[in-house]
Design a binder for this molecule. Structure first.
Ligand SMILES: [Zn+2]
Length: 207
């Protein structure tokens, strides 16, 4: 496969174009028409020589059913991905995000949650969280409390906590001076998204 999709990479693509690439890639994936992502030896060698210029930074869950490169049908060097159960923020995930948007200059930052999230379920259900699993549950807990207060229950409760957690994480990211500065100067667009396990579709939330 040639580098056709990447030939203008050195001139930054806009956030709108980056989002379009994600949407179009996800459409192909949903339709079962994913193209062969660029995993070629020429692409690998080109990235090694010229460095990486990923067009989007994606913070998402570690869930094996939500691999960003597949669900957006992208190849090597396209996405700068941070994965942690529950797509939660801590200093390490925030530092990785800041590196992606500031140092690598990605114009788009996506916080991608998903339905049937195990980390969210564990946070809603409560009970013992051994080892360091509690650290993840703890971060989702404020979203659980906010949604419980709204009176949601059953499956609806899980889905709403997943949504609330995406919004809470976005809010935390917005508190980063680096992210804030880039957004204010028009160099970065922050969007939320939710991946649906059944359809394979990602729905986007503009923030
Ligand atoms: Zn998850």
């Amino acid at each position: 496969m040639t580098d056709l999709n990447h030939e203008n990479e050195s001139s930054r693509i806009t956030a709108a174009d980056a989002l379009r690439r994600l949407i179009e890639g996800n459409r192909r994936y949903v339709a079962g028409q994913s193209t062969t992502a660029d995993l070629s030896t020429s692409r690998r060698s080109n990235l090694r020589s010229n460095g990486q210029h990923p067009f989007a930074v994606v913070l998402t869950c570690s869930d094996s059913r939500v691999p960003p490169e597949h669900i957006f049908n992208q190849g090597l060097g396209d996405l700068f991905v941070i994965r942690v159960a529950g797509n939660v923020i801590d200093d390490l995930s925030m530092g990785s995000i800041e590196y992606g948007v500031e140092h690598l200059g990605s114009p788009l930052l996506l916080v991608l949650g998903h339905d049937y999230c195990g980390a969210v379920k564990a946070s809603v259900d409560g009970g013992e969280a051994p080892g360091k699993i509690g650290a993840i549950v703890e971060r989702i807990q404020p979203s659980v409390e906010a949604v419980v207060q709204s009176g949601a229950s059953g499956d609806d409760l899980y889905r709403k906590v997943e949504d609330q957690n995406i919004l809470a994480v976005i809010k935390e990211i917005q508190s980063s001076p680096i992210v804030k500065h880039l957004i204010e100067h028009g160099h970065l667009t922050l969007v939320g998204g939710k991946y649906h396990l059944d359809s394979g579709e990602v729905t986007f939330i503009e923030v």
